[in-house]
Design a protein around this ligand. Structure first.
Ligand SMILES: NC(=O)c1ccc[n+]([C@@H]2O[C@H](COP(=O)([O-])OP(=O)(O)OC[C@H]3O[C@@H](n4cnc5c(N)ncnc54)[C@H](O)[C@@H]3O)[C@@H](O)[C@H]2O)c1
Ligand SMILES: N[C@H](CO)Cc1c[nH]c[nH+]1
Ligand SMILES: [Zn+2]
Length: 433
């Protein structure tokens, strides 16, 4: 756990490199699995489920009996916790309904407006390789339902005995999801991409996952499918100074380190003794974690960076573009103003990142691997398309007709011009008669 002093810019890419395999590393193997599933559907999916999840499954669709049995296996306390989270996530996403869709009369007689329509068929991927992330169902199914998506299919990897973790089935049922398939990884994303006998084709695929899932989603976009964003191995950057509490910061860093060996956590600070205090706390706290081995591997990918000023910190953080950004300093507003590349921001000593992972209301499906530079996390709009409308009357044609004719002619597109000229002539004729 060495501390790096604010490095020169030319070293940032190397120092801040994510420990995951890249698109190029996995592209060929992912594409060959896609090809097989495109040709052989469920049969090929079964083969890859056996290969990667070590279980043979002949019918991957979860039955109503399985849904019912799962509910009895979830404790009342956990059900109540999931309902609390459900309500907060519902409240936050419902508030995202946009009412800024007024009709605009751009010129007299020319009316333009927009309306949002749900995406008909969506595929939701719920990770289940190393932990059953039932919280991700709330993050995806709630906005999909609010948006009004008709076909919502959930895919998640089976456990070794071929079952799905009861909390996943309970949460799916709570969210009103009827179709759950026991398929994970690349094979699930390929199933959504092409559609099979048991998996409806999705127009857009959502959800986090490991590096295989993330690259598979990127490959899916080379077919006719959209994705939310690349949401791969979890990452967290904490900016803290001497006013923060080392034990809190260490617990936050470990909370994301325990996700996977390819997770990455970073501490940036203006205070070297604070960094040392956090390191001691990490050593003490990591020992007793059940996932100590995973967390240790992730911590070994992680960085402690000493900067001279908040300005240096802001420049470095915007360059790294973390999935999650916690700020605990004497001037958090400086960072709220200056950080423009981050998936989700957590402010102050009492806003742990786990709050957003589960229950505060914000969405935890967020861009990783510096994609926060160009992508947003999942929100209500991600499940909708915006259609534009226009209606023009004869006054409107008179107002914009000649401009359209001139522009069409200048582009050399005579048929475009004709479509307008015919209307203008008809208006002239009707005035004459
Ligand atoms: N960015 C986000 O918003 C976000 C949110 C939640 C979780 N996450 C991340 O999601 C990830 C979940 O990963 P996970 O592994 O636990 O579950 P997962 O469901 O994403 O992946 C498990 C699947 O990977 C496939 N797989 C495993 N090894 C393979 C191999 N060698 N070749 C091909 N396929 C293989 C298997 O089919 C398996 O079912 C973690 O990295 C976590 O950090 C990210
Ligand atoms: N931190 C993850 C997003 O990177 C989300 C999650 C789910 N469960 C726990 N955490
Ligand atoms: Zn998490």
């Amino acid at each position: 756990m060495n501390t790096i002093k604010f490095p020169p810019k030319q070293d940032w890419a190397q120092i801040l490199k994510r420990p995951t395999q890249s698109y190029n590393d996995l592209e060929q193997s992912v594409k060959s699995i896609f090809k097989d599933i495109q040709s052989h559907g469920d049969k090929a999916i079964q083969k890859y489920t056996e290969m990667f999840d070590g279980v043979k499954i002949s019918n991957s669709v979860v039955s109503s009996n399985e849904f019912e049995a799962a509910s009895d296996l979830v404790s009342t306390g956990l059900k109540e916790a999931i309902k609390l989270a459900y309500n907060n996530i519902y409240k936050f996403h419902e508030a995202q309904k946009s009412n800024n869709l007024a009709k605009v009369e751009t010129q007299p007689g020319v009316i333009c407006w927009q309306a949002k329509k749900p995406i008909d068929s969506v595929g939701l991927y719920i990770p289940g390789g190393s932990a059953p992330l039932f919280s991700s169902i709330l993050m995806l199914a709630i906005p999909a339902k609010i948006a009004g998506c008709k076909t919502i299919t959930l895919a998640t990897p089976p456990q070794k005995d071929g079952s799905i973790h009861p909390a996943i089935l309970y949460t799916a049922h709570l969210c009103g999801i009827k179709t759950v398939v026991k398929v994970g990884g690349i094979q699930a994303i390929a199933g959504f991409t092409f559609g099979t006998d048991s998996i409806p084709k999705a127009y857009k695929i959502f959800g986090p996952g490991n590096q295989y899932v993330t690259v598979a989603k990127q490959v899916a976009t080379t077919f006719d499918v959209a994705i939310d964003m690349p949401a791969g191995p979890s990452e967290l950057l904490v900016m803290a100074d001497e006013t923060a509490k080392p034990s809190f910061v260490a617990s936050d860093l470990l909370s994301q380190a325990e996700h996977g060996k390819d997770s990455q956590v970073i501490l940036v600070s203006t205070d070297n003794s604070f960094i040392e205090a956090v390191k001691l706390e990490i050593e003490a706290q990591i020992e007793v974690l059940p996932r100590v081995e995973i967390a240790e591997a992730a911590i070994s990918n992680s960085k402690f960076i000493l900067v001279n000023s908040f300005n240096e910190a802001a420049e470095l953080i915007n360059n790294y573009a973390p999935e999650h950004f916690i700020v605990a300093t004497k001037d958090n507003n400086f960072f709220i103003d200056h950080i423009h590349n981050a998936g989700s921001v957590f402010i102050g000593d009492f806003t742990p990142e786990s709050a957003g992972d589960y229950a505060s209301g914000t969405n935890h499906t967020l861009p990783t691997n510096a994609y926060a530079k160009q992508y947003s996390g999942v929100n209500l709009d991600a499940f909708m398309k915006t259609i534009t409308y226009q209606e023009i009357n004869q006054t409107g044609i008179k107002n914009i007709g000649v401009a359209v004719e001139l522009m069409a002619e200048a582009e050399g597109l005579q048929a475009h011009k004709n479509a307008m000229s015919k209307r203008l002539e008809a208006i002239k004729e009707s005035v004459k008669s």
